[in-house]
Design a protein around this ligand. Sequence first.
Ligand code: NAD
Length: 420
Amino acid sequence: MSPGDEPYDCRTSCNRRFLTAALDRLGIEDEVRQLLLSSYCEARFELPLRREDGSLARYNAYRVQYDQSRGPFKGGLRFHEGVSMDEFCDLASAMTWKTAVADIPFGGAKGGIDCNPAELSRAELEVLTKRFVERLGPMIGPARDIPAPDMGTDEQVMAWIVEAYSKRYGNRNSIATGKPVALGGIAERTGATGEGVAKMTGWAVAAAGRDLAGTRVAVQGFGSVGSHAARCLSAKGAAVVAVSDSTSAVYRGDGLDIESMLDERRHQPEARVSELAVDADRLTANEVLTCDADVLIPAAVGGVINEDNADSLTATIIVEGANLPATYEADRILAEKGTRMVPDILANAGGVVASYIEWAQNRQGYRWRSARVEQELERILENAWTAVCNRARADGTGMRSAAYTVAVDRVRTAMMLRGF
Ligand code: NAD
């Protein structure tokens, strides 16, 4: 989602500015620099749809493929009103650095449709998705570009993608990840991003010389990422003192009962977090960012930590569950305050790592045991964490600069080895 109502401008985004800083730090030669700063392909399609009321609607659909030096393009499909090419370019760029930090053999991509999925019936959404795949067909493929769910899309949308693609190109469940388990998806994918965020939080707390048990954590967003992160951290003994959704927030100084909130949500899926927690104080949705906590996990939307509120944040560790939750200016203010930031391209990589494991299984035509999936997920994330910490120590920088430096260095190396 574009922060604020302004048109998205990827040139001023946090991702772009940290990318530029990493290119400077690595002293990358000008011609390669231009390649790393621009996308490989930006496609726009117009999709007509005969609505059930008889009217003919037209939707803009996009796919941005940023870089494939390290492997096939990889990135989600977002169905959301107001999305733009600029926003997808930035998100595709961030995906490139995320797969590189995680050291999984993918490049970066992103795309989607400018539509409000809530206004479409399931049947209309199915037709629109399959039409999008007809247009995307020659661009995507299991060894070319592999979509996954993002905002406004889910495992059912991925199942329609498998069907539309397979009809034309032969049965290929490895064309998309985040699929239903019955079509080759993996059960661990759903919670993987939040679990990865929780693992990163544990490592960040330990690196600060503290114990996770009793550490007070505030989580903005109680959706897929936020709720899984809160559940894992609570299970590991952290006190999750605050959680929010888009309209409400709750606080309890000795820790909320996250399991009972999740239980309650099974009975009332539409309930606000303020309706799920008993014996907790009410906050406004935004107060979760500045409430009294040791760790803050923004796991909702982009741009929520900005120059207006960065000074008021009390948490000394921020683990970015959402994509691009902090603006560049906020990041500078927080760095000066000594806040430790675990950047999005590292912190929320668990989802794409699980996607990689799903894709690897599909390509093998084999299903791994759950224990093996968990072990691989942990191994890949821990290696990424260690590589970024080592780089931060060697360069004397924060984690975000280090993550971009590791990523850009890996992509540049692959690009140079392939040649032009
Ligand atoms: P989701 O739709 O499941 O949940 C989003 C949550 O944020 C909801 O609780 C919603 O009420 C809340 N929210 C929305 N606007 C808010 C606002 N202005 N203030 C406070 N809360 C608000 O989404 P998700 O899948 O959990 O994704 C959250 C973020 O993580 C997004 O930035 C997404 O791009 C990023 N992300 C998700 C994954 C994944 O695997 N789901 C992977 C990587 C990154």
